[in-house]
Design a protein around this ligand. Sequence first.
Ligand code: GRF
Length: 216
Amino acid sequence: MTIKKLSTPQVPLNIFKLAVLVSGRGSNLQAIMDSIDREELDAHLSIVISNTKDAMALKRAEKHEIKTIFIDPSNYSSSKEYDKALVLKLKEFSIDLICLAGYMRILGEEIIQTFEKKIINIHPSLLPAFPGLNAQKQAINHGVKFSGCTVHFVDSGVDSGPIILQTVVPVYDNDDEKSLSKRILEQEHYLYPKAIKMIQENKIRLNGRTVTSKTI
Ligand code: GRF
């Protein structure tokens, strides 16, 4: 486990603490950090954790002087052991909400139960359509006229947890995976901080698998 600690900022005692789990590019992480910087989101990003050593997301976090941890999967004998290390880290930082942002590992039961209703994910389709990998390609191949993005709670299935917020984007006749991904990603960057803010402000209620919210 490699921990990079870039600064020791004063963290107000009762502030809402976030962890963001990443594997790659980190543009959603960037949107969250920018939203905190602009003081639109009243939260502290306590830790960014990656399973990939060279993730661009780690560089983005370091640039913002956010603490980062690389947890190397090759140091653990199983996914279960890996998740145990992850749970310990998240507990150590007293995290209020865990945001998956392009995190490419499936979370096991232990972590999902330990942080019940405290893990959210963003997915580039209008769930329940097109869960899993290459959602934008799935949408193009299916010939849908609208797609979009979804922020949802994470449960033990693949992209199957209760839906918090969605944004719709049109799919045009000349779209390919790349152009559709770009249009969706632009919306992701608004939607994810908005969903985090609603949770932080306690504006979300979960009833079975239905999420209701007061508008903000
Ligand atoms: C996003 O499209 C997100 O919806 C999906 O993975 C991608 C991550 O992109 N879960 P980035 O790393 O946030 O740029």
